[in-house]
Design a protein around this ligand. Structure first.
Ligand SMILES: Cc1cc2nc3c(=O)[nH]c(=O)nc-3n(C[C@H](O)[C@H](O)[C@H](O)COP(=O)(O)OP(=O)(O)OC[C@H]3O[C@@H](n4cnc5c(N)ncnc54)[C@H](O)[C@@H]3O)c2cc1C
Length: 167
């Protein structure tokens, strides 16, 4: 369907549960559409059916502890190695981190070009299968673990200082 239909569907879901709406939208818009629009034919053939059928959850990693809106200020870098890429960096606030299996992440391939040097790569992450089962989320055995990809401790508003009451 078209973009308006998509927005109506997300809007209607959000009326009942905003959290569920962001899960669907992060999976489709953030996690799947970059592969549909910019992925190689091999990435599209391999990953899109898994995502579109809902077999695995996808996500998108742009935000870092030091930069969010300012995408060009992110520090993660990608360096070509052994026919692939090695990413070095750290992301924060990533919807589905720890339960998703396919993440599109931004990384600079050329720091001098700033955000124009950003590259979006699809990277199967190490799933916490026990957690996925508990949440009723699917899993695909055919996705290899990406060495070194690790979800950190889930941040909640209960971390650190006690919650502030707003009247
Ligand atoms: C529920 C939730 C889910 C999220 N999921 C994801 C995800 O899946 N993947 C991901 O990558 N990120 C995710 N994020 C992170 C989100 O994209 C960032 O928090 C957002 O981009 C803002 O970045 P920041 O937190 O660094 O704040 P900042 O960019 O530091 O902004 C702080 C304040 O400054 C203002 N500001 C920033 N730049 C300017 C400017 N140029 N001019 C004027 N004002 C400005 C902002 O409006 C804001 O009020 C999520 C965040 C939330 C809350």
């Amino acid at each position: 369907m078209d973009d308006i239909s998509y927005m109506i569907a997300i809007h209607e879901l959000a009326k009942a549960d905003a959290s569920h709406a962001i899960t669907v939208s992060a999976h489709t818009t953030l996690g799947t559409s970059p592969i549909v629009r910019f992925g190689t034919p091999e990435q599209q053939e391999r990953f899109v059916p898994l995502l579109a059928s809902g077999q695995v959850l996808g996500g998108f990693g742009l935000t870092e502890p030091g930069a969010g809106s300012d995408a060009g200020g992110t520090q993660t870098v990608a360096v070509k190695a052994d026919g692939g890429w090695v990413l070095n960096g750290s992301k924060i606030f990533i919807t589905h981190a720890g339960v998703g299996e396919l993440f599109v992440a931004t990384a600079a391939t050329d720091r001098e070009k700033g955000s124009r040097g950003s590259l979006r790569l699809s990277s199967p992450s190490r799933p916490r299968i026990w957690k996925k089962r508990a949440l009723g989320i699917g899993h695909s055995e055919e996705l290899p673990f990406a060495e070194g990809v690790r979800a950190g401790k889930k941040k909640t508003r209960w971390d650190g200082a006690p919650p502030t009451r707003v009247s």
